[in-house]
Design a protein around this ligand. Structure first.
Ligand code: ZN
Length: 466
């Protein structure tokens, strides 16, 4: 039995020394049968077989003839283009206790992601060529998830002196951002956006009027009053969004608004798009599912920046991503070692891990609860990020390196952060039961995650899902 009830994966891992990924090896020659194709940017629909040879997706059609090598029947599981998370924080270099490039790459693979963009606020900032080269080198030694560094907009993220963006781009940066440290000076932000535009780099903006956040730890509203905790008003984000949209209009730079959390921000985004500004936006799975009432547990896993907001904000964010006004879903995966995160709410750092739950939580919120089409969810999570960053991929194309994830929607699993590939455990979804297990992730022709046993050489594995 391949799929099945929660716990199957653990049982499989206990059942022997088998390393599922190693068994799949280099995808020399395999036919993956009976897959439901969800490929919003491609032409293929319906049920299909996929033939992969030497890491290349060679053919995609129904009832492909057997070739040498193995085949495996997936019993109608979904195949979708590899997901792309354009907002993650890996802590290497500098805080390898919280996350390394290798552990983050594996967490991404487990979540169905084949590519991620990592933000520059690692303890050693991504503000020069050498750090980008180091990340590329570490990524080559990791499981195969492609990691695209985002360069800093200002040196050391101190909001004063611009980085050499042209050099960052040449080294491989796909965007610039001062995420986590919003550029306070509008004049610096303006010059940064002008320079980014000249370099052809999008600006990923953490839009926040920093002085309004003060020492706040949660959304300013009913629950912050009840709990006696310092609040962060919605205006803190909305002033930042309004400023950055005005600078987008002034400079013509491509602006991407990170982790929107309020309905006021959604309204500003809508007006800007209606006026034709080159703006895109993202939302996190936690802002689509959780509200400020969760802070009553005083559990620091619910302490984020921007903070969890109200039910009305959650509803507005869901509606916006459903219609594509918010373009993409990004996890803002923010690992923190327990020694720092578990403690007094006032002192704990902001953020939650999200790579291994992003798809399942989004599926539950948007497809199961809001009636969004699975095609549209895959568009938001695989197609849109690549479009925003100007990167290829995001579709199932014969002749190209195999890059996809196979998803069993009938497989329910319970979120257990202690079983995660991430080195950190600050997950706000612990104990949730989610639908949709990622059975297999293939990134650029390499198997990066497998929750199913590999087919035996030369033999057909019958049965598919039990
Ligand atoms: Zn941020």
């Amino acid at each position: 039995m391949m799929g099945g009830p929660e716990g199957s994966e653990a049982a499989m891992n206990r059942s022997g020394s088998m390393d599922p990924v190693a068994g799949w090896n280099a995808l020399d020659s395999v036919v993956l049968r009976n897959l439901r194709v969800v490929d919003p940017a491609g032409e293929s629909r319906g049920t299909s077989d996929l033939r992969v040879r030497h890491g290349i997706l060679e053919a995609m059609a129904s009832e492909l003839p057997a070739v040498e090598g193995a085949s495996i029947d997936f019993g109608g599981a979904v195949v979708m283009p590899g997901l792309f998370d354009m907002h993650v924080h890996f802590r290497e270099p500098g805080d390898e206790d919280s996350e390394t490039i290798a552990s983050g790459a594996l967490a991404a693979a487990r979540g169905g992601f084949t590519e991620v963009a990592c933000m520059p606020n690692s303890p050693v900032r991504i503000d020069g060529r050498s750090v980008i080269e180091l990340i590329h080198a570490r990524a080559r030694d990791a499981c195969g998830t492609r990691i695209h560094p985002v360069g800093a907009m200002t040196r050391n993220l101190d909001g004063k002196e611009l980085t050499e963006m042209a050099e960052l781009k040449q080294a491989g940066a796909v965007a610039v951002s001062d995420d986590g440290h919003p550029v306070e000076s509008s004049a610096v932000m303006r010059r940064g956006m002008e320079y980014a535009r000249m370099c052809g780099l999008p600006v990923l903006s953490h839009s926040e009027e920093r002085s309004l956040r003060g020492q706040g730890v949660m959304h300013e509203g009913y629950w912050s009053t009840v709990l006696g905790l310092r609040g962060i008003p919605a205006a803190c984000e909305e002033i930042g969004v309004a400023r950055d949209l005005a600078l987008c209009e002034l400079t013509g730079a491509k602006l991407h608004l990170c982790h929107l959390s309020t309905r006021g921000s959604v309204a500003l985004l809508q007006r800007a798009k209606e006026r034709g500004l080159p703006v895109t936006a993202e939302v996190t799975p936690h802002h689509l599912t959780l509200d400020h009432s969760h802070l009553r547990t005083y559990d620091s896993s619910f302490k984020m920046n921007p903070p969890l907001r109200t039910e009305e904000d959650v509803a507005a964010l869901r509606a916006a991503v459903k219609i594509g006004l918010i373009d993409t879903i990004a996890s803002d995966h923010a690992p923190h070692a327990a020694v720092r995160k578990d403690g007094e709410l006032d002192l704990a750092p902001f953020g939650a891990i999200g790579l291994e739950t992003s798809f399942g939580v989004s599926y539950r919120a948007l497809v199961e609860e809001e009636g969004m089409r699975l095609d549209d969810l895959v568009e938001r999570m695989a197609v849109a990020p690549r479009r925003i960053l100007g990167l290829p991929g995001g579709r199932l194309e014969p002749g190209k390196p195999a890059d996809f994830a196979i998803l069993d929607l009938a497989w329910q699993w319970t979120v257990d952060p202690t079983a995660f590939a991430s080195l950190s455990r600050n997950c706000p979804f612990s104990g949730w039961t989610l639908k949709g297990k990622i059975l297999l992730t293939v990134a650029g022709g390499t198997v990066t995650h497998a929750a199913v046993a590999p087919p035996a050489e030369g033999a057909r594995v019958p049965g598919g899902r039990g």
